[in-house]
Design a protein around this ligand. Structure first.
Ligand code: ADP
Ligand code: ASP
Ligand code: MG
Length: 815
């Protein structure tokens, strides 16, 4: 035989009850002789708790009771044939009347004991089990409602009573054998004490009822039917990428559920473990899926951990003081006290000096625990041997669980790396002595981020999600979105990287969506549902969303985002930027940003600051990281100037070449902005700084191209006039170069910590001689590349290649 337990989520609505009936029919047809255990309809236990608590405060419960009636009656009307409805209504009404009387007495007395609370809650399970047995009766005449207060006996610890296993088992066995021809529908969660008073087994306790019955009957298996595909690697409501685990050991399931995996109630594992009965967690709404089997051996040995669970609300109490040092029995006294007073200690850590003990309790019990301690240790407190206990609230516990952790070194390192990288501060750490779990206490506000980050870190065979916040939607930004969209599937399938653009802003509007903005229509969405742009607001929102693996992309050429960079790093968010302003401003700013990124373990990537998408910044960095020393750099890093000199041959005048370049859109509206060389200078400055030289812009010896008169001209038209007048000067340069079989090149050099940019003539033997079009070129002479320098050459401008460079930086974040 089998025990089939259906949780509140499975009996919450007409449709789900239909699905439950189908599962029972199948089991019956397969001759599995099921015993069915049922929870209250989803939400009813919470509703009853609320009504009871409110009644004790003098708040009326009539509306709540009507809600309960309506939910049950709706099911009767839809799932029971009209001619059979009356007796069902009558019995349900009877329960409701009893409930009303109970709530009325609580209201009058303004007092709610845990005993009366249990009695009130029992009506949830009774109503649903009775109702479902009646629905089932239409298909199985042998269907029979069983109130578990007749089967399961406990002590009088109302609210979470201890089961008298031998007595209950005996009773279950005899009851079932007396009713062997019947199909039993048993209430979960409830039991009774030696006086026959109703008790409950703790919230979620219907699972436990199923296990107690399964153990008593030596069932073939205990099936826990719920609304998810079994036990998942993390709470699916918080971690989207959580996946179902086919196999778990009892211990693993116990640890996961103890630390918050609500899908199964921890004590459930004990009777099953003792009798070696497998528990299977299955999905009522996906009945063909095998779900999770919990049994002796842990499966899926290739996984370092099985899951990550969490308790979202926890408080810690810190005890410290000299009186604790070397004092045998202190912690014994402390924890005996808490156990005696039924305060559940979730986790304990003690510093090795024994100077302090920190332990975690549920928030509702923290104050009581503090008072008890103050009482018990009054003398020690007076003598200052113990300091006043401190309570900290708004905390959560996160635990990683798995039997393989025992054999695998580095698990703790991985956990703390993932937390640290995401700026999550750990308040306390505990490792279970079994080594089946490591738990950490963190701020509640960080929980969701922490769970996702740790999940990504441990289940590396899954993809890593990068959450992108992008400012700037001009040429580069919009091209980047196209590229991300086009590469989405490839990255996911081949590199296990998923990129979600979760925030977009330009100077007019901004848009957020933590699930990812659909990039095929970002423009319409930003236009239609975007909010008014506000850069500080954008940055604030990005921090507040607190997503793991978060990247800020600055695709503007504006100064405005720069002041936020440091605070972004401080929030443990990486930055990718094509904006040169931050790195080419004051050296102190450059340094400060680099330091902030390093301090927080996040990335600051700006490959496109130099040579667009060409690998230059990264090559230099890799050379240095691998221990090489850069002795000299020579470069042409202005596509526009490069284009102009490459075309300044034959009969063309310099004036005409510049004019043509402008008409082709290769220059700024005022070509002097290119020809002054400042942009080139900034790139050289960044390379020099990356090479370790603390230079300022003024330290760069920037040789000019243009005669003074051209530079002084007031308008662009005046400039062209002056340029025409300077034709003789440029022709002389060109003729000299031709005579000497050389080419005119505007070249930046770095050597011995000095940077200079100047117009030069290079001969055929120089690697820059053959440069064509608007290409960039850079040659690194290093200790390794001494004889022949390392040369990088290619297109150094354009939206496509620049966006591709930003994209490459992005996928490297966190690598
Ligand atoms: P039932 O009413 O069937 O007893 P519960 O609400 O008690 O269902 O438990 C099922 C819920 O547990 C799921 O809907 C899921 O949101 C939550 N849950 C939390 N952690 C996990 C986990 N690790 N695996 C599966 N479910 C989990
Ligand atoms: N109905 C009870 C609760 O909500 C028991 C259960 O669902 O397992 O806690
Ligand atoms: Mg449950």
């Amino acid at each position: 035989m089998k025990v089939l337990k259906f949780g509140g989520t499975s009996v919450g609505s007409v449709d789900s009850i239909r699905a439950v009936l189908e599962i029972i029919k199948k089991s019956h047809a397969a001759n599995e002789q099921p015993v069915v255990v049922l929870s209250a309809m989803g939400g009813i236990t919470n509703l009853l708790t609320k009504l009871a608590e409110e009644a004790a405060e003098g708040i009326d419960f009539a509306a709540g009771l009507s809600e309960m009636e309506a939910r049950h009656f709706a099911v009767v009307k839809q799932l029971i044939a009209v001619k059979h409805q009356n007796p069902v209504f009558t019995k349900l009404k009877l329960y409701l009347n009893e409930l009303e009387d109970l709530l009325q007495s609580i209201l009058s007395l303004r007092e709610l004991s845990s005993q009366s609370r249990d009695l009130i809650l029992s009506y949830g399970e009774r109503s649903s089990a009775f109702l479902i047995s009646k629905i089932a009766e239409q298909y199985f005449p042998a269907a029979c409602f069983v109130d578990a207060t007749e089967l399961i006996y406990t002590d009088s610890h109302f609210g979470s009573a201890q089961v008298n296993q031998p007595l209950s088992e005996q009773r279950i066995r005899s009851f079932v054998s007396e009713n062997s021809d019947r199909l039993l529908f048993v209430t979960g969660f409830i039991a009774s004490n030696e006086k026959g008073r109703v008790t409950t087994l703790g919230r979620g306790g219907s699972d436990y009822t199923a296990a107690i019955i399964g153990a008593a009957l030596a069932a073939e298996s205990i099936e826990i039917w719920t609304d998810v595909d079994g036990m998942l690697t993390a709470d699916p409501r918080i971690v989207r990428k959580a996946f179902s685990l086919p196999l778990l050991s009892y211990t693993e399931a116990m640890e996961l559920s103890y630390f918050g995996a609500k899908v199964i109630y921890p004590p459930t594992m004990i009777p099953a473990f003792l009798k070696k009965i497998p528990i299977v967690i299955r999905n009522t709404f996906n009945p063909d899926f095998a779900g999770t089997a919990i049994q002796h051996e842990s499966g899926m040995t290739e996984l370092p951990i099985k899951g990550i669970s969490s308790i979202s609300d926890i408080s810690i109490i810190n005890l410290s003081g000299g009186g604790m040092i070397g004092k045998a029995g202190f912690s014994g006294r402390l924890f005996t006290l808490l156990a005696r007073e039924q305060i559940n200690v979730v986790l304990i850590t003690q510093s090795s000096s024994e100077h302090s003990i920190t332990f975690a309790v549920h928030p509702g019990e923290a104050l009581r625990a503090k008072r008890l301690i103050e009482n018990e240790f009054e003398l020690e407190l007076q003598a200052n041997k113990l300091l006043e206990p401190e309570i900290e609230n708004q905390l959560s516990v996160l635990a990683i669980v798995g039997e393989n952790m025992k054999q695998t070194p580095g698990m703790a390192g991985k956990l703390f790396h993932a937390l640290g990288r995401n700026g999550i501060n750990v308040r306390a750490i505990a490792q279970g002595s079994s080594e089946y779990n490591i738990s950490v206490i963190i701020a509640k506000a960080d929980l969701s981020k922490a769970l996702n980050a740790v999940h990504d870190a441990f289940f590396a065979q899954l993809n890593k999600t990068l959450h992108v916040f992008n400012v700037g939607t001009g040429n580069i930004g919009s091209t980047l979105f196209k590229q991300i969209q086009a590469q989405h599937d490839f990255l996911l399938n081949h590199n296990d990287i998923e990129i979600k653009v979760v925030g977009i802003s330009n100077s007019r509007k901004m848009l957020f969506n933590s699930e990812g903005i659909a990039l095929e229509k970002w423009e319409e969405q930003l236009g239609e549902s975007g909010e008014q742009a506000d850069l500080p607001g954008f940055v604030e929102r990005m921090k507040r969303m607190n997503l793991p693996n978060c990247v800020f992309i600055d695709n503007t050429a504006s100064e405005l985002p720069i002041p936020y960079y440091e605070s972004i790093f401080n929030a443990n968010i990486s930055i990718v930027t094509c904006n040169k302003i931050a790195n080419s401003g004051k050296y102190s700013q450059y340094k400060q940003l680099k330091d902030a990124a390093r301090r927080h373990g996040v990335d600051f990537f700006y490959e496109t600051n130099v040579g667009a998408g060409l690998p230059i910044v990264r090559v230099q960095k890799d050379l240095m990281l691998s221990g090489d020393r850069i002795t000299r750099i020579e470069a042409i890093l202005s596509g526009t100037i490069s284009y102009i000199f490459n075309n300044f041959t034959g009969d063309a005048s310099f004036h005409d070449v510049v004019k043509a370049a402008q008409e082709k859109g290769y220059t700024e509206p005022d070509p002097r902005e290119d020809l002054r060389g400042t942009d080139f200078m900034r790139k050289m400055l960044i390379l020099a700084r990356d090479a370790g030289y603390p230079l300022e812009a003024a330290d760069v010896d920037l040789g000019g191209i243009l005669p003074e008169a051209c530079l002084q001209a007031v308008s662009v038209a005046d400039f062209y006039r002056e340029l025409k007048a300077a034709d003789a000067h440029f022709n002389a340069l060109k003729d000299q170069a031709q005579r000497e079989n050389k080419a005119l090149r505007y070249i930046g050099k770095m050597e011995g910590g000095k940077v200079a940019i100047a117009l030069e003539m290079v001969g055929e033997d120089h690697p820059f001689f053959t440069l064509s079009g608007s290409d960039n070129i850079i040659s690194f002479t290093t200790e390794r590349y001494k004889e022949r320098p390392l040369v990088v050459k290619g297109p150094g401008a354009g939206a496509e290649v620049t966006a591709a460079g930003v994209f490459a930086d992005l996928v490297n974040v966190g690598a």
